[in-house]
Design a protein around this ligand. Sequence first.
Ligand SMILES: [Zn+2]
Length: 288
Amino acid sequence: MAIVGLLLFIALVVLGQAIGGPPGRSTPPPLPVGELELRVFDVGQGDAILLRFRESALLVDAGPDPQTARQVLLPRLARLGVERLDALALTHADSDHIGGAADVLNALPVSAIWMAAKDGAHPLLSVIEAAADRAGAVIERPVDGQILDWHPAITLQAVFASPDVARGDNNQSMVLHVRHGEADILLTGDIEEAAERDLAQRVVGLEADVLKVAHHGAGTSSSREFLAAVQPQVAIISAGLGNAFNHPRDDVLRSLRVIGAHVFRTDLAGDVVVRTDGQHITVALERS
Ligand SMILES: [Zn+2]
């Protein structure tokens, strides 16, 4: 459901060197009560996305490698005051999404891992499972349409493309549909055109105000059919500056502009931070 009365407010914040704010501010302001925050971290070429609501925190993917987890992701979680995770969702078994997962598990208490990948899909999975064992995190395997237990005020649903029409790790990414009041957010992992087509044709209510663009803006995703079904007003691309894949592709950026989405890129802007009270959306860009 698209938002009624959308307010889009865009702010640029350079942490420790605030623009237009008091000098020397080094930490973001606390999360206002009743606001859901989506934070797409700039972790280079990969995904690491934080959802926060009140005291609850959910990390969707963990960045591309241990070094980025230790030097970028974990310090930013600490700065935000995130000392534990209710869940770590791993959308699919590619290094650029699960490469930092074991380091997160070694550093923070994590109650549950929502794992989309099948056993053996990637050599790192056994390392992650061992770290989960040590941390006491329960591994759960959501199925298509499952409502996930996170915070009672937020509806969180896992969606998967049908495996018979959309094969491969990318296409079997766990898609997360997040709803707070009238506001909808869609996190797409690395799904490609076959999965997008299946979801667009099969899933009722795919519309979302905020879209995490699939597969870092690759040309094999963000089909017109899918974007027409989602109709995002805010589109966020997580990609590494100067990455070898030339993500995001120009035709994807064009398609997003054609449907009227405001596009934000971690490679150019740093962390992209969306907040919503369920009625309105604000977007802030943060550079450390
Ligand atoms: Zn990826």
